[in-house]
Design a binder for this molecule. Structure first.
Ligand SMILES: [Fe+2]
Length: 373
């Protein structure tokens, strides 16, 4: 049977860990979508999403059913988004909310349209964008909630009108606490691991198959575990609002995929080889082609992020992220291996890339601050 959110909360407070997992599965996508639309950066939106569930879990005993569980969850997420906006405004690296390109994100979700439609939409987009940018943050948030999340005005008023709630603050005593929220296969779509088949047409670029195993420190396979990737298109352009370098977007490529590891801990993605892209880290700086990987391991809170490079890239020598790893062997573990046996004749090149969660041969995982895209 299907439990209501509120019933799952009650069961969860009663000690049933799986009930909270079900709430995570039910609300993870909407919360991530909200965070992404406010923030416009995938990694930060993921962090906000994860933090939202952590805080909800910690504060669950304080949820008295005075609001809908979803409203309560949205409020936590919004408070975290606001914290993010405040924090980013203090640092000059990213111009926060005015840079968020809501309409571009809406546009990319729609099926392909004629040139005339696109031109007309672009003009409209500019007008709406300008108008949105002039709105105070509260109103902009209200529009996002209404348009994308179909909340009622009363729910929006409750959310937006409320200052940072007591509920969204972690209690210091809880800081070391970590719940284990297992993600199930229910959230994976059939085409989620084939980034070349997510649109009506095929994306531009060199088709590749990226496969490998997720392993524990002792070489044992990590089974049934969520592996997510995100990457630039063949021109080195990311499909997110803050990537503004003048390389074209590909209407047939989102650059985002997910899958679960099988019995041997193996994952497989079909995608296209990403291009190098410029970033302003240093003079004439270009990042080598790479694919970002996120692995959850067995617990929801154990999210590890790493990057996969391609063999023999001429840009390794000047990449600060690659060269920040002092150990040559560890550095090489970030580089995938061309594999003729995985290469499919007349179709796609094969690359092998294992991810080791811990131990002597552990993969190199990103620091939280060291974040290029
Ligand atoms: Fe990147």
């Amino acid at each position: 049977m299907t439990w209501s959110d509120e019933e799952l909360v009650t069961r969860s407070i009663g000690g049933d860990a799986d009930s909270f997992n079900q709430l995570v599965l039910r609300w993870e996508r909407p919360i991530y979508a909200l965070a992404y639309r406010v923030i416009g950066r995938e990694e930060d939106a993921r962090d906000v999403c994860q933090e939202t569930f952590l805080r909800a879990f910690r504060a669950l005993n304080g949820f008295r059913g005075q609001a809908k569980f979803s409203s309560w969850l949205y409020r936590i997420a919004l408070n975290l988004c606001r914290d993010w906006v405040r924090r980013e405004r203090r640092t000059p690296i990213v111009q926060a909310s005015e840079e968020i390109d809501l309409m571009e994100m809406v546009a990319v979700r729609e099926p392909s349209a004629s040139i005339e439609d696109l031109v007309a939409r672009k003009e409209l987009t500019r007008i709406v964008e300008r108008a949105m940018a002039r709105l105070p943050e509260e109103q902009r948030t209200a529009i996002i909630l209404k348009e994308y999340h179909e909340l009622t005005f009363q729910e929006i008023a409750d959310l937006v009108g409320d200052p940072i709630g007591e509920v969204a603050r972690p209690r210091p005593a809880d800081d070391g606490e970590r719940g284990a929220f297992f993600l199930g296969p229910g959230r994976i779509g059939e085409l989620d691991n084939d980034l070349t088949r997510q649109h009506a047409g095929e994306p531009q670029g060199q088709r590749i198959i990226v496969t490998g195993r997720l392993l524990d420190g002792d070489g044992r396979p990590v089974r049934n575990s969520l592996v997510e990737i995100w990457q630039a298109n063949t021109g080195g352009r990311y499909r997110h609002a803050l990537d503004r370098w003048p390389s074209p977007l590909d209407p047939n490529f989102d650059g985002v995929g997910r899958t679960l590891t099988d019995h041997d801990g193996r994952y497989e993605f079909t995608t296209i080889k990403p291009g190098a892209y410029p970033w302003k880290n240093h003079d004439n700086a270009w990042r080598p082609a790479h694919i970002h990987f996120s692995v959850f391991g067995s617990a929801f809170t154990q999210r590890l992020v790493t990057q996969m490079y391609f063999p023999d890239d001429p840009l390794f020598s000047q990449d600060p992220i690659f060269n920040s790893i002092p150990d040559e062997k560890a550095r090489q573990r970030m580089v995938s291996r061309f594999d003729l046996s995985r290469t499919v004749e007349q179709w796609a090149l094969g690359f092998e890339f294992d991810i080791v969660l811990r131990g002597r041969d552990a993969s190199v995982f990103d620091d939280e601050e060291e974040d290029d895209e």
